[in-house]
Structures are given as C-alpha cells and as structure tokens.
Design a binder for this molecule. Structure first.
Ligand code: SAM
Length: 438
C-alpha cells in the first residue's frame, strides 16, 4: 500500500509495499521486456483504462496484484480463456518470466502493467469493473516498524471494494500467520466487503489457486497457509454492522398503528424500534415514553428535537444525531439552524430560551454529568417546572437511545442519512458503523 508519510523536507513521501531490488534477470527475460512488453503490456497513466477496448471484448475480469513470476496467472489465463486477466508487478525478472509464459502458451487474454498496483487501482481501474482481485503471498513485512508497508491497509480495502463489481471476490493467501490475522482485522472492518467464511476467518484453499514459489517456500519453512475470501455485497449497499437484525414490521402486527404513525411522521419505521420489538414489552414501553416525552406538553417540538440532537452529539451517537437532524427538519428547524446547532451559544439563529435548554442538554448528556444549579436558574427564566421536566425527560430519553443505538450499531435508514449528510455533514458527521450512505 502506498500511504503518505511526512518526509524530512516537510513534503509528503509515499510509503510503498515493495522495495525495488535489481535481482538477477536472465537474457531471455530481458529480451521479453524489450520485445514482448510493448505487445502485452499496458502503460501506466493516471487515467481510467477502457478494459473492453484493451481486450476487444466484454468478459469477466481478474486482476492479480504482485504476481511474482506469474505462475498463477499463466495457469489461470490458460485454463479460463473466457476470462480476461491483468497482472500488476514491479519485479523485472518476474515480469520477464510472465511475458515468456504468455508467448509460450499463446495466451491472448492476459495483460501486464509494470507499476505500483495501488496506483493502478487508484487511477486506471474504473469502479465496479473487476470480478476478482487476487493477492497471493504479499510481502509480509514482519517487523513492527515495517507494518505500514503492508499492502493490506484500511484504505486499500476500501479501494479494492470500490473496484470490484457487486458480487466480485477478493482472494488472498499468506503463509505468515500474523499477517493473516492482520488481513482479517483490516478486511473484516471494511464495510464494502463481506468475509465469505462462515466463521469470518479462513476459507478452504481454492481449487483454482496453483502452487507458487512463495507458497512452496512457506511449506518448506513449516508454515501453515491461510486462504481468505471477501465478496463485495450484491445489493451494492454496505454490509450491516448491526449486532441484532431488526424484525420486519409485519412480524409484530400488534404494533401496526404505532408503526404507521412513525412511517407517516418521519417517512420510515426506525430500525432501533424494529430491533427492540424482539421484546415487545420493551418496545411498547419505549414507544409510549417516547410519545409522552417528545410529542406531549408545551415545550415546542422543534426545541425538543434540537435538545435531543445536542444530547446525541455530546454522547457521540451518530445514528441518533441523524434521526434528530431529520426530526428537527420535520419540525421546521431550517437546515442552517441544524447545521449551526453546535454553535448555539453564539449563533444568532438561537433564542436565549433555546440556548438555556441546549446548554442543559450539553451538560446533562456529558459523562460525568455537568449540569448544575446555574443552568436551572437560567432555564427558569423561560420555562415553568412542567416544561423543565419535559426538557430533562428529553435529555434522559436519549441516555437510553444513544446507548441502545451505539451499542447495537443500528443500521441507519436512507432518509435520516440523507438529511444528516446535508445538514451535519459539512461539520464532519458521517454514518460511521451505522452504515447507510448519506
Ligand atoms: C512475496 S511476492 C509473491 C509473489 C506471488 N504472488 C507468489 O505468490 O509467488 C510479492 C510480490 O508482490 C510484488 N509487489 C509488492 N507490492 C506491490 C505493489 N504495490 N505493486 C505491484 N507489485 C507489488 C513484489 O514485487 C513481489 O513480487
């Protein structure tokens, strides 16, 4: 992986996943570079390639990163003529070996790019254009200070996920157990990829993966070989990170009217409640409390939604922030006001009464709690005791909801994500583990 790191001169220096070593190159390999690379090679350039034009057809496409001497690619391209293959490597003897293999086997479905594979993926490979990406025995960079050189990094995982077609596969193998665990950690955390193993760890060795020099070396050293497979979800969406799935709304017919109310007032039934509905008594008690706190009384709904938003921001729950941005908007707070909510002390969009309530929300949702007598003196200038109860109940309601949704990693619904992206996005909000794209 290439990542930016500060250079000694203050400029950013690229960290690459390889170090170019001369290596011994045979004269046949050198001749292959001169004669065959112009024929089978594609030049690196920072612009997307038209893969259909390169191969002269539309076909499944497989990219191998760091193919070494090309043994896997030559085998695969020979046995799967209906598929197009692209190899990316920087090691001159290996590239020469691959080119000789292409000629010896008269392969027409294999091309090579001599360049850093990360930059090739970044610049030349269009989104959603690959059926498979192969990464077999990448350099393990075993020393801790070199881990930053490992090609498998979070940004690499996101890049590969983006370049795979929905349903496409990333296949990896390594004989270095700590790197195998590293791969799991990085790739299992990538929302755009799903581990194909039922236990979220290793898969069986794929029958199509031939033995390579590096695998043979691993076996000689007595290492176990680990195979991993990840898929880009077909739905095109991101995989759910929720720890418990929401029930379909038909599964709890006794809540039909309540659910209709949610759907009519905010456009959808929240996943938080559909998940809670696995224990209907809890869901029912919550919905009753929610209604009594947010929708009854004399404090304007808009202010209660903004109080909830501030409490959720203080607690860090992005799911609730998105919901309360959506509800603030439904209860007529302008986009500008929602966007400025974090600056309520100084923004002229807020009245002194609103400031008093929002200040209490901020302090009351902070752990440990910072609310004190001065806040209630200020609040009393604008609200009676019944209204103080409504405001504190709103803050307290979100004590439950923030913990519920942040702990469950509830999936965010499309509409709430859209409103939050529009209003809170510029100040840095994103859906995080709650997933749905804004
Ligand atoms: C340990 S070798 C494994 C080669 C082959 N996959 C195998 O199984 O025999 C890793 C290879 O990845 C190549 N490599 C590492 N980082 C790369 C990058 N960013 N772009 C292209 N090739 C890379 C190296 O040049 C090296 O040949």
């Amino acid at each position: 992986m290439t990542v930016d790191a500060p250079g000694g001169d203050g400029r950013r220096k690229r960290i690459r996943s390889y170090v170019l070593r001369g290596g011994r190159i045979t004269s046949a390999q050198r001749r292959a570079h001169d004669k065959l690379l112009p024929r089978w090679g594609l030049a690196f350039s920072p612009a997307p390639i038209d893969l259909d034009a390169v191969y002269g057809r539309r076909a499944p496409r497989v990219l191998e990163i760091g193919f070494g001497d090309g043994a896997t690619l030559i085998e695969l391209a020979g046995s799967r003529p209906e598929t197009d293959f692209l190899g990316v490597e920087v090691h001159p003897p290996g590239i020469g070996h691959l080119l000789l293999g292409i000629e010896a086997r008269s392969l027409t479905n294999l091309r090579v790019i001599v360049h850093d594979a990360v930059e090739v993926l970044q610049h030349q490979i269009p989104p959603a254009s690959l059926d498979e990406v192969l990464l077999y025995f990448p350099d393990p960079w075993p020393k801790k200070r070199h881990h930053k050189r490992r090609i498998v990094q979070p940004a690499f995982a996101a890049l590969v996920a983006d370049r795979l077609k929905p349903g496409g596969a990333l296949r990896l193998a390594t004989d270095w157990e700590p790197y195998a665990e590293w791969m799991l950690e990085v790739l299992n955390a990538e929302r755009g990829l799903v581990n194909a193993a039922t236990d979220q760890r290793w898969v069986e060795r794929p029958t199509l993966r031939g033995a390579t020099r590096f695998e043979a070396r691993g076996h000689r050293l007595g290492h176990r070989v680990f195979d991993l497979e990840y898929r880009r979800p077909i739905s095109g969406g991101f995989k759910s990170m929720a720890h418990v799935a929401p029930l379909p709304r038909e599964a709890v017919p006794e809540f039909r009217e309540l659910f209709d109310h949610y759907a009519n007032t905010r456009g959808f039934v929240p996943n938080s409640i559909l998940t809670m509905s696995r224990r209907p008594a809890i869901a029912k008690a919550f919905m009753d409390l929610n209604r009594a706190v947010l929708y009854e009384g004399t404090v304007p709904e808009e202010l209660k939604m903004l109080v909830s938003l501030i409490a959720s921001q203080a607690a860090g729950c992005r799911y609730c922030q998105a919901h309360m941005a959506n509800l603030s908007s439904i209860y007529r707070a302008s986009d500008a006001k929602i966007a400025a909510v974090w600056e309520f002390e100084t923004s002229e969009l807020f009245s002194d009464a609103e400031r008093a309530a929002l200040r209490l929300a901020l302090k009351g949702a902070t752990v440990p709690n910072e609310a004190g007598p001065k806040d209630f003196v200020e609040l009393a200038k604008y609200f009676d005791d019944g209204e103080k109860v409504e405001i504190v109940a709103t803050i307290a309601l979100f004590g439950y909801l923030n913990r519920w949704n942040d702990t469950m990693a509830t999936d965010l619904e499309e509409r709430a994500a859209r409103v939050a992206g529009r209003t809170l996005g510029p100040a840095g909000w994103d859906a995080g583990k709650h997933g749905a794209r804004s």
